[in-house]
Design a protein around this ligand. Sequence first.
Ligand code: PLP
Length: 343
Amino acid sequence: MTVNLIDLYSDTVSRPSPGMRQAIAEAEVGNEQAGEDPTTNRLQEMAAGLLGKEAALLLPSGTMCNQIAFRAVCEPGDEILLDKTAHPLHYETGGPAALSGAMTRALDGERGIFNADQVRDAIRTRGGHYPISKVLSVENTSNGGGGSVWPLEQIEEVTDAAREKGLTTHMDGARLLNAVVASGIQAETYAKNFDSLWICLSKGLGCPVGGVLAGSRDFIDRAWRFKHQFGGAMRQSGIFAAAGIYALENNVDRLADDHANAKHLAMLIADIPGVDVEPVETNMVFFDVAGTGKTAAEVAEALLSHGVRIGANAATRMRAVAHIDVDRTGIETAAAALREVVG
Ligand SMILES: *Cc1c(COP(=O)(O)O)cnc(C)c1O
């Protein structure tokens, strides 16, 4: 990787800022596994408060947040309903099957967003030969859907449809705070429709590690056991919990800058011949390069030689993600590089 690389591959490439590193250096720590790490405890209280839940649990990754949430409620043979683009379906190495014995059922949403009729149609009749529909999982923002933000009303409709049939509701809120900043709707307002949800610290918020899972006291007590069982219990986790506290205090409102940068990038590349840009709602810019006669992999490679990294998401679909380490000048350089490599 070159030193001056403009890296729009993902918001996961964001690095801890000097202020965050200072907070990390000064963190008060203890044995997390025994509940004795004061900084972790404080972050968990902050996250529970932000999400309007009784309790929260710091975990090493977002994947573990999803998998523990499923494991806490599923029996082998149960079924999880989620969108066809959902992260746990494609990018968690088959975790629901491997760790919970659960099946997944993909719903055919638009930009990652499905409706209540699709949920009602997918929920199985109880008894007989069927698996038991157990969890409805909603991803907000939807990553594979283009960084799209769920309308609150639609969240209420799909979760009502699930609850009516006795399912529990889970939100994959890896980028919930992007949805909050884009919509002006509070995290708590989205969260009240869900039994469990989590936010990622290591993406747009710029932390090195972690996610925080929240829910009722009972749910978190159960989740705590699986955290230990999955090998996610830690010791002086205050070292990175401090980064999480710093991020919640300093890096949430600035997500608006990433959204503005993403929209700016979309605007700058919209008139490049052969480039077809999807609508931008938050920090992600998906675009198709089929019309240029090049594959996404070819464009990605050519961009790298211009010092710009943008991921090839499919044969001709690419994803650029704005984040804390790419400023307006970087965005403009990236747009100019794309124009040059496909021109
Ligand atoms: C990144 C991501 C995850 C997983 O988080 P990790 O911290 O990478 O394990 C889950 N869901 C969505 C929507 C994500 O974008």
